[in-house]
Ligand binder design. Structure first.
Ligand SMILES: *Cc1c(COP(=O)(O)O)cnc(C)c1O
Ligand code: SF4
Length: 433
């Protein structure tokens, strides 16, 4: 394994035939460049394959009309600049009121001091939010409601007991061979159901050299760690230089076989996926990514294009989805989501039962809801479309898979099984008497 890692590092030492820095803004689908992306890609190294021209030209009509209405005079180039998107996040009640008609439960959230997670929504993601329907799934995931301030029994700020398993601030070591490294607590868009709402958006976790060096030292001294999961906050909100430094430091540790990045950027800020970012990331293979998609409405042409660029860079993409009441807790929505993910070359990885985080009661569903969704997918659609349904056990037990029962029982030496159509079958077990 180490030999493979070394080989990669040697390859990395050779500068890639990088295109001039000036082309770092490929996310420009509407600018009517004279050269098609396909032509320009072949002129370069030919290693970064651009999204097909006819698709790249499509800007979501809803996105376009939102931009015209609320950001008139903003050019496509600026709109597609991730730093512009980040600095123009919707962060206050005042801004929100100009864009959507708030319901009473939404407005009440701003009158209460009990909400702990800040408000933050990129203009791009805001353009997907319904201005007049407070029950629209995407809207429910990012617009606070008074329900967030309701504390129910069994809920906690840190239900997964992550703080107790942190040998170094921002590093969680729960499983024998892998660690979770929180880079920063910043996200461009805050999900109202965030598991880490106790830390996210509060300025508590900084990507400071000092803290990260302590984390790297811990990993260096712990040879059992072969997999490092970088999360946060959103790691891709860091600049290329800082991120590249983190990845290269991890790559210098011989026993770290794979690195994973957990991010919601392709869904909430697809403009962040630039040719420059992708060129940097692909130097650190084997690199995997866990994306975070919640609803099929997030699978826009913009998100597709971001995923295509990552997939073309050889990064295997998985998706983690939280099961949320009134958002994605029915078979039709989930089926549409997993199908759209596969089309974007994203493999559904985990479906999470919503953690009992403080103020989450309005988002949580009974476990039977998740089981019936899995039952409705298994056998009826591609196996690749099926995520593993898990509960992250409160108290720090880790992820525990939940499966519909396909084993009905035993009869003599045979196992009685139920198939997806609820028909029974016998499997004769080997006789070892
Ligand atoms: C989810 C998680 C991981 C990764 O688990 P996988 O099942 O390997 O994806 C690692 N550490 C912590 C603390 C986690 O919560
Ligand atoms: S992207 Fe992840 S870390 Fe950020 S708010 Fe959403 S769930 Fe929390």
């Amino acid at each position: 394994m180490h030999v493979i890692v070394k080989t990669n590092q040697q390859e990395n030492a050779v500068p890639t035939q990088a295109a001039p820095e000036g082309d770092d803004d490929p996310f420009d689908p509407g600018s009517g460049r004279p050269q098609s992306p396909a032509q320009s890609a072949s002129k370069r190294s030919g290693r970064i394959v651009r999204f097909p021209t006819h698709r790249a030209g499509i800007l979501n009509p809803a996105v376009r009309s939102f931009r015209k209405k609320h950001f008139p005079g903003i050019t496509t180039k600026l709109w597609n600049d991730w730093q512009w998107q980040t600095s123009h996040r919707i962060r206050s009640l005042n801004q929100l009121e100009k864009m959507i008609v708030l319901s009473d439960v939404e407005r009440a959230a701003f009158k209460q001091s009990g909400t702990t997670l800040p408000l933050g929504i990129t203009p791009y993601y805001m353009s997907l939010v319904s201005p007049d329907n407070p029950d629209q799934p995407i809207r429910r995931t990012v617009i606070p409601t008074i329900h967030e301030t309701v504390h129910t029994t069994g809920e906690a700020d840190d239900p997964l007991g992550e703080d107790a398993m942190s040998p170094v601030p921002g590093l969680v070591h729960r499983y024998p061979d892998r660690v979770l490294l929180l880079l920063s607590d910043f996200c461009s868009t805050y999900c109202r159901y965030c598991t880490r709402s106790r830390v996210v958006g509060h300025g508590a976790i900084h990507p400071s050299r000092n803290r990260l060096e302590r984390a790297f030292a811990y990993i260096e001294q712990t040879p059992s760690v072969r997999d490092v999961l970088i999360s946060g906050g959103d790691p891709l909100m860091l600049g290329e230089e800082k991120l590249s430094w983190v990845l290269s430091r991890l790559r210098q540790i011989p026993h770290v076989e794979i690195v994973r990045i957990g991010t919601k950027v392709p869904a909430v800020l697809p403009q962040r996926i630039t040719a420059r970012l992708v060129r940097m990331l692909r130097q650190y293979h084997p690199l995997w990514m866990s994306l975070h998609f919640t609803h099929p409405d997030e699978c826009t042409p913009e998100a597709s294009r971001a995923c295509a660029m990552l997939a073309d860079a050889g990064i295997p993409l998985g998706s983690q989805t939280v099961l949320l009441k009134g958002v994605n807790d029915n078979l039709e929505t989930m089926r549409e989501l997993v199908h759209k993910l596969l089309k974007m070359r994203v493999r559904p990885y985990y479906l999470y039962q919503c953690d009992p985080i403080t103020g989450s009661a309005h988002f949580r569903t009974p476990v039977e809801t998740g089981l019936s969704i899995i039952r409705g997918l298994r056998g009826f659609t591609s196996g690749y479309a099926l995520p593993t349904y898990v509960i992250d056990a409160p108290g720090g037990g880790g992820k525990i898979p939940l499966m519909p029962d396909y084993v009905v029982g035993r009869e003599d030496d045979a196992l009685i099984l139920r198939n997806y159509e609820n028909k029974h079958y016998r499997y004769p077990e080997p006789c070892n008497r």
